[in-house]
Design a protein around this ligand. Structure first.
Ligand SMILES: [Zn+2]
Length: 77
């Protein structure tokens, strides 16, 4: 199974495959596929190592809420 079928966060199937990254680790070629869920906009990676399949989830930021609500309010009388 080369491609994840569903988003691990919300279970939807609307995945957009982004440009993969290839890196050398311990003389092994790692291909990192990036997927963006079109439903919940989470980004996760699937790492394919040479000769071995490894599934790894790395949330790409967006994990914290930036609460700027109070600063945005401007009431002028
Ligand atoms: Zn999702």
């Amino acid at each position: 199974m080369m491609k994840p079928e569903i988003c691990p966060y919300c279970g939807e199937r609307r995945l957009e495959e982004l440009q993969p990254t290839e890196i050398m680790v311990d003389d092994m070629l790692w291909t990192i596929y990036h997927y963006e869920c079109q439903f919940c906009t989470e980004v996760f990676d699937k790492i394919i190592t040479e000769g071995e399949l490894q599934y790894d989830i790395m949330a790409d930021g967006e994990d914290y809420d930036i609460n700027e609500d109070d600063g945005e309010k401007k009431f002028r009388n």
